[in-house]
Design a protein around this ligand. Structure first.
Ligand code: C2E
Ligand code: CA
Ligand code: CA
Length: 632
């Protein structure tokens, strides 16, 4: 008689442990804890009753009834929960209809029988209740075996064993009523489920509360299994937010967290009930139960239109660089592994070109492979020592000598270079640009201080900054820090920035330009004439120099038709004219021929940068070239 209660008390201990685990999990902000929540309820209720009953057997009729109901309820509810768990754990999804028939019905009967038995209607109901329990266990095992390929093998195996064990315990208790072992076995089963299946990190992403990578893989396993058995197709949308590593540095921790939260809640809103999986920082997969292509196209459209506008608030309002991609299964990837590879390809592709829609079908995989290599190299460029700063002298038409130079970065790849147009874009998209530009700034400061460039006749060195550099809160502190460290005066550095979109010069960027300008740094507006420049805003900014882009400089000479050349010349003339009216100095980039040079003189351009005078070159060659030219 007494031995049965030991098991009952053990059940209490196990369930208390689960309760404890529940709180730990709660603290980790995991949302889905139905199982644990229910075991908490059952555990306290039934085990509490067991202890009371053990210490002081309940004689009064109501109390005895309460004991039976409380402890037996545990049995019914726990079994139901287990099966519900399997239902929601999509690997074992049995479909709603089967769920009702095979679980709902026996469960309802079970509860009715328990109540009838507790009220002492007839001992037959006790036997019937146990039979219902067993029916439920059989259903559970059946589901596990049928869908065993969908879940991890060990998991399915463990659950099968535990269910069989619980069934054995139920039979034992049915035959020897004094031996209360069923609840003990169920507690063990719950604990097993909890510790092996409810690993919070596996199921949910701790940061965002979204479904995690492992859950995504489980889900896809199920989908592939279904497609193989029943045919059909599934589409999903991939959303990639690029350079998320950089946001942390740009915004600081608090703002970055806020931004991230608002982005997640927007994604959820736009996904409109579809499941959102976080596969990696900044990479999300969106999937609906049906997964039709039409549904997915709607979601993709909605995401694009949301991401075309800004996130955040006044303090750090910004557009996020993003890409979306539609994946059709099984055409594009025949199995789970191929799918993960494909996702990598899409992410790289999106990151490299920043396109809002990545079209996987049009991908040329050889450039794809090349870009992947570039991405790898760029990430490690600084630590691998593969970067070198080249300098291109800039000629003053008035003083007839070199008066400055532009620092242009080179990335060594064996005995070749990877062109900056390629790797700078990659670096901007993968976030390593900030680190790379820090390197350039230091190299330039070192060059200026080591060579005493004013003796060479150089007034300043021009340095390219990306917009992400200018978005950093501490960019002015950083630049002054480097300048002080190398004893360089801010006026010896000219910062080139490119207006890359309509709102480059708002908020943080503008504030940083103003601050740096007050500290004595000079500014150039790079690539004027490439289509983004908005005059009204430029006038408000303290640009000392505006650089005519080489396309606008060269097109009057290289266009195919006479008409084209004339139009291009008009554009060039009016641009040069506008710059003079603003009161800034002009650099013409890309001057390659004597003819082009003559034309620039006629237009009143101040400085020439181009192959006609000098190409970008390594530091020592550069020093020699300047010396030679400026001695004349
Ligand atoms: P950019 O700032 O417009 O730099 C001028 C580009 O024009 C350089 O290309 C230069 O080599 C090229 N160039 C100069 N004269 C001529 C000419 O007469 N003819 C022709 N065809 N080209 C000429 P490069 O060095 O390939 O750099 C490409 C771009 O990469 C730069 O364009 C700049 O936007 C970016 N970049 C280079 N270095 C850095 C850097 O350190 N940081 C950042 N953020 N961007 C950089
Ligand atoms: Ca430049
Ligand atoms: Ca330029």
């Amino acid at each position: 008689m007494v031995s049965g209660y030991y098991f009952d008390i053990s059940a209490f201990v196990i369930l208390s442990c689960l309760t404890y685990a529940f709180f730990i999990q709660r603290l980790n902000k995991v949302e889905d804890n139905t199982i644990v929540f229910a075991s908490l309820f059952c555990g306290i209720l039934s085990s509490g009753m067991s202890i009371i009953y053990y210490l002081h057997p309940l004689n009064r009729f109501e109390l005895t009834i309460a004991y039976y109901i409380a402890s037996w309820m545990l049995t019914a509810i726990s079994i139901a929960l287990l099966i519900l768990f399997m239902y929601f754990n999509r690997a074992y999804n049995i479909g709603a209809f089967k769920l009702v028939v095979s679980v709902g019905l026996p469960l309802a009967l079970d509860i009715v029988f328990i109540l009838l038995a507790a009220f002492g209607v007839s001992p037959v109901f006790r036997t019937l209740a146990y039979s219902c329990d067993m029916l439920l266990f059989i259903t559970g095992i059946n589901i596990l075996i049928f869908y065993k390929k969908n879940g991890p093998t060990e998991r399915t195996f463990m659950l099968c064993i535990m269910l069989t064990l619980t069934m054995a315990a139920t039979i034992t208790e049915l035959i020897i009523p004094e031996l209360i072992v069923q609840r003990f076995a169920i507690s063990l089963l719950l604990a097993e489920v909890f510790f092996s299946l409810k690993d919070p990190e596996e199921q949910f992403d701790a940061d965002t509360g979204l479904l995690g990578l492992e859950t995504f893989k489980d889900e896809m396993r199920r989908r592939y299994y279904y497609m193989r058995r029943h045919g059909g197709k599934v589409s999903m949308v991939l959303l990639m937010i690029h350079g998320s590593e950089a946001f942390l540095r740009l915004l600081g921790e608090v703002n970055e967290l806020k931004l991230r939260q608002s982005v997640i809640s927007e994604i959820k809103r736009v996904a409109n009930g579809a499941s959102v999986f976080k596969l990696k920082q900044g990479i999300y997969a969106i999937l609906t139960e049906k997964g039709s292509r039409e549904e997915m196209e709607v979601i993709q459209e909605a995401l694009i239109s949301r991401f075309e506008s800004t996130f955040g608030n006044d303090a750090y309002e910004m557009e996020l660089p993003y890409s979306t991609c539609l994946i059709d299964l099984p055409e594009m990837a025949p199995d789970g592994n191929a799918l993960m590879d494909l996702i990598h390809v899409a992410v790289r592709e999106g990151r490299l070109y920043g396109k809002s829609v990545v079209d996987l079908e049009s991908l040329d995989l050889s450039t794809e492979e090349y870009m992947r290599q570039v991405d790898e190299k760029v990430r490690h460029a600084v630590e691998d020592g593969n970067l070198e700063v080249y300098y291109q002298p800039i000629y003053s038409l008035k003083e007839k000598r070199f008066v400055s130079a532009e620092a242009l970065l080179r990335l060594h790849d064996g005995d070749k270079f990877i062109p900056p147009d390629v790797f700078i874009t990659v670096a901007e998209n993968n976030g390593s640009i900030v680190e790379i530009d820090d390197y350039v700034i230091q190299q330039v400061c070192r060059m200026i201080s080591g060579r005493n460039i004013s003796e060479l006749g150089l007034k300043y060195i021009e340095l390219n900054l990306s917009v992400s550099d200018m978005l950093q809160d501490d960019i002015s502190g950083k630049l002054t820090g480097f300048a002080e460290m190398y004893h360089v005066h801010p006026s010896q550095i000219n910062l080139e920035i490119t207006e890359t979109s309509d709102d480059t010069f708002t908020g943080v960027v503008e504030a940083n330009v103003m601050k740096l300008s007050q500290l004595g740094f000079n500014f150039s507006l790079d690539d004027f004439g490439t289509g983004y420049s908005s005059l009204s805003r430029i006038i408000m900014m303290p640009f000392d120099i505006i650089k005519l882009d080489k396309t606008i400089v060269q097109s009057p000479f290289v266009m195919d038709t006479e008409q084209g050349r004339r139009n291009a010349m008009t554009l060039l003339e009016s641009s040069a004219d506008m710059i003079q009216q603003i009161g800034a100095e002009t650099v013409a980039e890309g001057v390659e021929t004597a003819e082009q040079l003559k034309e620039m003189e006629r237009l009143g351009v101040d400085f020439i940068q181009g192959y006609y005078f000098a190409r970008p070159m390594p530091e020592s060659d550069f020093i020699n070239a300047v010396r030679k030219m400026n001695r004349k």
